[in-house]
Design a protein around this ligand. Structure first.
Ligand code: MTE
Ligand code: MO
Length: 335
């Protein structure tokens, strides 16, 4: 995968910074990586010029302010088309609003996303309840165009707007005893219609987790927007995780709690069906789901007559950047 880094839509050779070098090499220490930002070239085109047809709703002031200095196209997968906004925002998995792909778009507007705060707890120096704008106050928004591969064998290419999870980790200062991060989605039965029924399979709230080295990897993003606007509710507003080399279920939506913990947390899908969904959930064409192959995927949008099927890549195409995190593991066992 080739990755282009630019401060604006125009990617000039001179703007390809050491970050680009990072992404083409295997091992570089985290922290040095994305902090050396491209010099402040003003972004020339507005979000609406980039994504014609996407009408940004009025975002909160902190978001608008940050957009003025967003770094566009910080990561771009070479030669792949961005999925139309319509598909990315109408074909969703967000089980709190129902099991059908159209349910989140239909029902997630009931979720009240402003104001929003996140509880930071566990093994950290600076625990507390943070307003969302305070959590990202020191971070610059970046646009990351990532492949998203669902465990159900469909995929999209989505332009996220967010900041590295590593920024947040640095801000709250975990202790060395914190080996994993546990994330929790809001659980609000009044606003999330599917969580009201007593017979759902899922034990709410939705929970996900990452090992600390995965969490601080520079590709790991906390997204607050997509397609040059705030996140639609159905995509996990106002704050969701994006881990592009893992199956989509790791990318937990509408986060209200981030806990720094000693032990590997019990996560929603892994707890529900451990023989089908692992904690690591790295995209792996060689490890089949017990009920279907993971070797190929349907890139959306497609149609019955043109299903747009392609080979699934190890680590969803991000192996060069992340395979080193797993060098001592058997990924057929730790799937
Ligand atoms: N809280 C929560 N987060 C979630 C889910 C969910 O049901 N609830 N579904 C996951 C799955 S299976 C996928 S594929 C992605 C889908 O993200 P998208 O709808 O923004 O494309 O969200 C993930 N995050
Ligand atoms: Mo998924």
């Amino acid at each position: 995968m080739l990755i282009k880094i630019a401060a604006s839509g125009q990617c000039r050779e001179s703007e390809v910074t050491p970050e680009a070098a990072y992404f083409s090499r295997r091992q570089v220490l985290v922290g040095a990586v994305l902090s050396g930002a491209v010099a402040g070239v003003p972004s020339l085109s507005s979000a609406s010029e980039r994504y014609p047809g996407v009408t940004p709703p009025p975002g909160p002031k902190w978001f608008t302010d940050k957009m003025a200095e967003a770094r566009w196209e910080a990561v771009v997968p070479e030669g792949e088309a961005i999925t139309p906004f319509k598909d990315a925002s109408q074909y969703n998995n967000f089980y709190e609003f129902g099991p059908d792909k159209g349910d989140p778009a239909r029902y997630a507007s009931a979720l009240k996303v402003e104001p929003w705060s996140v509880l930071i707890d566990g093994e950290v120096d600076r625990p507390g309840r943070y307003a969302l704008e305070d959590l990202c106050s020191e971070s610059r928004l970046e646009e990351r165009i990532y492949r998203l591969r669902c465990v159900e064998a469909w995929s999209m290419v989505i332009p996220w707007l967010g900041f590295p999870l590593a920024d947040l980790v640095r801000k709250v200062q975990p202790h060395s005893s914190a080996k994993f991060i546990r994330f929790e989605t809001a659980y609000r039965p009044e606003e999330m219609r599917r969580t009201r029924s007593g017979f759902g399979l899922i034990d709410w709230p939705y929970v996900e987790g990452l090992r600390m080295d995965e969490a601080v990897h520079p590709l790991t993003l906390l997204a607050v927007g997509m397609y040059g606007r705030t996140l639609p509710n159905q995509n996990g507003a106002p704050l969701r995780l994006v881990v592009p080399w893992k199956y989509g279920f790791k990318s937990i939506k509408s986060i209200v709690r981030i806990s720094f913990v000693r032990d590997q947390p019990a996560t929603t899908w892994q707890s529900m069906a451990p023989q089908e969904y692992g904690f690591y959930a790295n995209v792996n064409p060689r490890v089949s789901h017990p009920r279907w192959s993971q070797a190929r995927e349907r890139r959306l949008p497609g149609s019955l007559f043109s299903p747009n099927v392609r080979d699934t890549l190890p680590f969803n195409g991000y192996g060069e950047q992340v395979a080193g995190l797993y060098s001592s593991m058997d990924l057929a066992k730790d799937y």
